[in-house]
Ligand binder design. Structure first.
Ligand SMILES: C[S@@+](CC[C@H](N)C(=O)[O-])C[C@H]1O[C@@H](n2cnc3c(N)ncnc32)[C@H](O)[C@@H]1O
Length: 291
């Protein structure tokens, strides 16, 4: 496997065929949204989404190392007044392919502004589904620890007898804690909810995510020199962040305009693959909505 960051212009279903099996440590991606509207570039009809995605996830299963992780950023759309079930259906089908659905993180978009809908509130979170090939996978939890927080100052000042031993919850939930365990700790493990603003550096791509999103997962699931892949690269956020963090990033993008954007984002110290076949020719002059 080449140890330099590299981006590809093409359909990842085809490009991935050239990737070695069991070679990637982390796949982090946000594919195009499901979209039932006509004339929306790249949108996949929600009813067809699972069928569309499964050939990609099949290749991803092949290229991921047994110790690796796949994080899929996705959110189900509302279709005719109901949440469509394609994400849930996709999880079921991916499990049949051989994936383990090990965890789900939530990206809380903390800066989303209010709106008015007759029967729901504004969407302010997205899913980050974690899939693995095996129950034992690489995870570097110490890398994402967070400050214990101000609550500790007052709560840990005068500990009662109960605080010094494991105290089971009185409501029978089975939950218990020993409060004194937090004494002297500045850092604790985070929760599975990430509170991040939607701002991102890549303003020319309508669906770019913030750098902090891939950064957090790259810290958690990889170490320096590891291989990180984004098969729906867009403007190259994942690859760029991975590269800056000393990982080897691979990105695949079907639309030349976005591929060029990614190329511009990356340092010059990378390989760039110009294919013989032209993919993703788009009409110029109009900004395309792709998510
Ligand atoms: C949601 S965007 C990704 C945005 C990216 N996370 C960023 O920060 O810029 C999904 C991208 O997948 C690309 N795409 C769609 N189908 C593809 C395919 N078959 N192979 C490779 N890229 C594809 C779209 O052109 C789009 O740029």
């Amino acid at each position: 496997m080449n140890r330099k960051t590299k981006i590809y212009l093409g359909d990842s279903k085809k490009v991935l065929k050239d990737f070695e099996s069991n070679s990637i440590d982390l796949i982090f991606t946000s594919p195009p949204y499901a979209d039932s509207r006509k004339n929306t570039y790249g949108g996949i009809h929600p009813d067809k989404y699972v069928e569309w995605f499964l050939p990609f996830s099949n290749e991803l299963l092949r290229v991921l190392k047994p110790t690796g992780t796949f994080v899929l950023n996705i959110k189900e759309k509302v279709v005719e007044g109901e949440r469509h079930t394609y994400v849930i259906d996709l999880i079921h089908e991916m499990k049949k392919q051989g994936w383990l659905w090990t965890e789900e993180f939530i990206w809380h978009k903390k800066n989303s502004y209010p709106g008015k809908w007759p029967n729901r509130f504004r969407d302010s979170w997205e899913r980050l589904l974690q899939f693995n090939k095996a129950k034992q996978f690489n995870m570097f939890q110490e890398e994402v620890m967070v400050p214990v927080g101000d609550w500790a100052k007052s709560r840990l000042k005068n500990l009662s007898k109960t605080d010094k031993k494991r105290d089971n919850a009185k409501n029978g939930s089975g939950f218990g804690k020993n409060v004194s365990n937090w004494l002297g700790r500045d850092l604790v493990y985070p929760t599975n909810v990430l509170h991040l603003a939607t701002e991102c550096n890549n303003k020319e791509h309508s669906a770019a995510f913030p750098d902090e999103l891939p950064e957090w997962f790259i810290k958690l699931f990889t170490k320096e020199g590891d291989f990180v892949l984004d098969p729906f690269m867009g403007s190259g956020t994942t690859v760029n962040v991975a590269n800056k963090m000393g990982r080897v990033g691979f990105g695949i993008e079907i639309v030349k305009e976005y591929y060029k954007l990614a190329e511009g984002q990356l340092s010059q110290n990378i390989f760039v693959d110009e294919p013989k076949v032209k993919y993703g020719k788009t009409k110029t002059g109009r900004r395309k909505k792709i998510r």
